[in-house]
Design a protein around this ligand. Structure first.
Ligand SMILES: Cc1ncc(COP(=O)(O)O)c(C=O)c1O
Length: 418
């Protein structure tokens, strides 16, 4: 994985050149699009700071990246900024996730939720188109630690799902139970699996074992497609764990999605969806006849500024800069875990991830609320509380948290951190 670090001024020039290449609502003859620049009362296009703010400039110009730009045609009006989106997809697909050049499709979706729905939608249609599968022959499989967007996806797409149990301590999928579940599903008529594997579950940051899952499907000779939900871990795990095999070198992985608006500190609206070439054709909406290239996405219109923000962040740091940033998150997470070990506080943590999920019996609710830890449930009494280590979780905050937790543990558990 390697891409160069570029200066802000260099990136700024590329973005301004791309905006020049776009047709601007200000000075081109655009009469047919139901779109324009942002309201000038609120977003003045001539504010002096804009010449140094390529993202905000692009936001105000308001290019629409509707459709899919990895496809052979798309709306030419915004081709300048679309080419930046294509370069963003190249970095993610080829550099981070090891896809072959040009062997993928993708787009910048509103977020991880849409990416998951998009993946399941594509595979449902793929099974129907290629194998005349009936809806009730398709089953979506995911672990109990999987994000709730998968339940939404199955509900919206009218698909049956089965939740795979995980071990309560190490959070790994229970493959013995999964094999039994699979046998039952096959005997009741399920022939096609849409499998979701997590690169960082929301609550635990746990990583699913794609090889174990796919080996099971292959052994059972069942037709499957596997989507990796890397919404949370996708900009951490490949950087903190260079040996990761959760990428397109693994022929059992068909699509990956990753949120830039989580670990990459990009604005909301930057879920990156990448899928092996041609699968996405299963969801082309031909009725989008007035959109050049039609539409393959769930959302339709989407902001051209969002891919610009993400592309600039990746390039201003370069791959080495992102690695260094993730290394500081991991260092802080290690430090907190060491302190928890000394205080006999039980928790789950994957060594390459920046989430620590603490057993509720070992911490007071008052401390959790004071430091805005997130519980696994707001409706029942929580079993777990999580810490996500990011830029704003600074050393000062960490020391205060450890000190408060130490005082609590000494008072109620007679544990000394000394
Ligand atoms: C693993 C995982 N998948 C999907 C999502 C949904 O992402 P978004 O909120 O961007 O739609 C999240 C959000 O926390 C997540 O952690």
């Amino acid at each position: 994985m390697y891409w160069k670090q570029e200066s802000f001024n260099h990136l700024k020039k590329i973005v301004f050149d791309a905006l020049e290449e776009n047709s601007s609502f200000h000075d081109h003859s655009i009469m047919g699009l139901p779109a324009t620049y942002l309201d000038p009362e609120i977003f003045p296009a001539d504010a002096p700071f804009l010449c140094d703010s390529p993202y905000i400039k692009c936001f105000i110009e308001n290019p629409n990246h509707i459709g899919l730009h990895t496809y052979h045609t798309s709306l030419p009006t915004f081709k300048g900024t679309q080419s930046i989106e294509l370069d963003l997809l190249r970095i993610c697909a080829e550099e981070i996730y090891k896809a072959e050049s040009g062997e993928y499709d993708g787009y910048v979706a509103p977020g991880g939720t849409e990416c998951n729905i998009q993946a399941i939608w594509i595979y449902r249609e793929y099974f129907k188109n290629k194998f005349t599968a009936k809806t009730n022959e398709i089953i979506v499989l995911f672990s109990e630690d999987t994000h709730y967007s998968l339940y939404k996806a199955c509900n919206l797409l009218g698909l049956d799902f089965h939740v795979l149990p995980v071990n309560n301590t190490n959070r790994s999928i229970d493959y013995i139970s999964t094999e039994k579940i699979l046998d039952r599903l096959i005997s009741r008529g399920n022939k096609y699996i849409i499998s979701i594997a997590n690169m960082g579950t929301t609550m635990f940051g746990s990583i699913d074992d794609v090889d174990a899952l796919s080996a099971l499907y292959l052994r059972k000779k069942i037709n499957f497609k596997l989507h990796v939900d890397a919404a949370f871990g996708g900009f951490i795990y490949p950087f903190s764990n260079p040996d990761s095999t959760l990428n397109f070198n693994n022929s059992n992985i068909h699509s990956i999605s990753v949120d830039a608006h989580k670990m990459l500190q990009a604005p909301y609206g930057t879920g990156i969806f990448i899928i092996r070439k041609n699968y996405i054709d299963n969801v082309i909406t031909k009725e989008a006849s007035y959109v050049e290239g039609h539409d393959h996405t769930l959302c339709g219109s989407r902001s051209g500024a969002n891919p610009i923000a993400t592309w600039m962040i990746l390039n201003v740091h370069g791959s080495e800069g992102i690695k260094a940033r993730i290394a500081t998150f991991i260092e802080k997470t290690d430090y907190i875990c060491n302190a928890l070990n000394k205080l006999n506080v039980r928790y789950f943590r994957n060594d390459s991830m920046n989430i620590i999920t603490i057993r509720s019996e070992d911490i007071s609710e008052d401390i959790c609320n004071r430091y805005t830890l997130v519980p696994n449930s707001h409706t029942e009494s929580p079993e777990w509380w999580k810490i996500v280590v990011m830029d704003h979780v600074n050393w000062n905050l960490i020391e205060k948290f450890i000190s408060d937790l130490g005082t609590y543990r000494e008072r109620y558990f007679e544990v000394s951190a000394a």
